[in-house]
Design a protein around this ligand. Structure first.
Ligand SMILES: [Zn+2]
Length: 411
């Protein structure tokens, strides 16, 4: 086999040749030369078992730096159990970030592995990059054994977390955490640094926690605080400061609903039903790490929870008080915008079809403007506390019976 990097003939094209010849791993080589891994891989490397005994013993007392990095990864759910091992998964696009972790996590006994698996369902060879350590090692260096030393640096742990799982949407930072406890620590510690987060009920798992910076200035403040740490982590900053092409992505959703229009002079005042078609459009730059503007799965999850579940197979007038008076497509668009903007700050347009011939397009306030102005008064007429405060109601109010006092005649 000829190596396409150095041109030399090799018996096996593997990491021991490639890392010496061009510093690429086999998976990177396959992608660069657009070759299927199946053709390159030596059968012996497939589904190889890993032996915990091959791992070096951990240090009894990992450094403060190592512990801060370990904690950041733990918060992000990146320390995962797999058989007798704990792994930190990596992405081939950010291999150097994984290796940056390794230089510190080696204190815990972690090693790098690029493993090749034959995927039964798809008949493909897939490669996974991860750091691995025998799970038993971590018990040895658990924080309980380290109680006399100071707690790890919060800002470094936060930088590690943000570098790995932070996503920027229209200037707001999103963190999808696997558990509530970590989220509460992060919110409390960040608050002490003057940064506020908001919890959004759209986590990707039932016990997970989705956090978003409250405002864009919280994002800027947070990134400024951890910038020096982020700059030290390979590939971390590009996600937050790199200019990439902007585009609009759109998700189409459908719901069936009935409605009527109060006080409508014609047949729309009758209860009638139809199939609504909604296009949710989000505009942002392409995230250089995911190659996407926004994850379609997230967009769909948010739209389902906030809109579809509420309206599908319902009478719109009885689904929410904001629409009880008039559930016109226009009012519905304003309502849907307010349901989504906190979750999708890159939202630029909603397109809602009531029939194939009748639809409306709406671009509402940005999240920043919405945070200042609150819900549109158009929706709030009937929920406004001042409703009914008019003096004119006296004209139609029944007078209470007056109590007649009859003076008792003197004896
Ligand atoms: Zn070579």
């Amino acid at each position: 086999m000829q190596c396409l990097e150095c041109g030399s003939a090799v018996a096996n094209l593997d990491n021991s040749h490639l890392l010496r010849c061009c510093s690429l791993t086999l998976q990177e080589y396959a992608i660069r030369h657009h070759l299927p891994l199946d053709l390159l891989i030596d059968q012996e490397l497939l589904n190889r078992t890993d032996n915990p005994e091959d791992y070096p013993r951990p240090k009894a007392y990992p450094s403060e730096q190592a512990r801060a990095i370990y904690r950041g990864l733990k918060w992000g759910g990146l320390l995962q159990k797999e058989e007798a091992f704990t792994i930190v998964p990596g992405e081939i696009r950010r291999l150097d970030m994984l290796l940056w972790n390794l230089q510190w996590l080696s204190e815990y006994g972690f090693l790098f592995r690029q493993e090749y698996r034959y995927a039964e369902e798809t008949h493909r060879v897939v490669a996974v990059n991860r750091l691995k350590v025998p799970a038993a090692y971590l018990a040895l260096s658990a924080d309980a054994h380290l109680s006399p030393v100071p707690p790890p640096d919060f800002l470094l742990s936060l930088a590690v977390l943000v570098a790995h799982i932070g996503e920027l949407q229209a200037g707001y930072l999103f963190l999808q955490l696997p558990g509530r406890a970590a989220g509460e620590t992060i919110m409390a510690e960040a608050c002490r640094h003057g940064i506020e987060f908001r919890e959004l009920d759209a986590a990707d798992q039932s016990d997970g926690l989705l956090l978003r910076t409250l405002t864009r200035s919280d994002t800027q403040h947070l990134l400024a605080l951890i910038k020096d740490d982020l700059m030290g982590i390979p590939c971390a900053m590009e996600r937050f400061d790199r200019k990439t092409p902007e585009m609009t992505v759109s998700k189409e959703l459908i719901f069936d609903a009935a409605h009527f229009i109060t006080d409508h002079p014609a047949k729309c005042s009758n209860l009638h039903g139809g199939r609504y078609l909604l296009h949710v459009k989000v505009r942002d730059r392409i995230d250089p790490v995911t190659g996407c503007v926004v994850d379609y799965g997230y967009l769909k999850r948010v739209a389902n929870r906030r809109v579809i579940d509420r309206f599908d197979h319902h009478n719109l007038n009885y689904a929410t008080s904001e629409l009880a008076w008039r559930s016109s497509t226009e009012m519905l668009c304003v309502f849907i915008w307010e349901q989504l903007i906190e979750y999708l700050p890159g939202l630029v347009e909603l397109q809602l079809y009531e029939t194939t011939q009748s639809w409306c397009n709406y671009s509402g306030p940005t999240l920043e403007a919405f945070q200042q102005s609150g819900s549109d008064s158009l929706l709030s007429h009937f929920v406004d506390g001042k409703l009914g405060a008019s003096q004119l109601r006296d004209l139609i109010r029944e007078k209470p019976p007056t109590l007649e006092i009859i003076a008792k005649s003197q004896p």
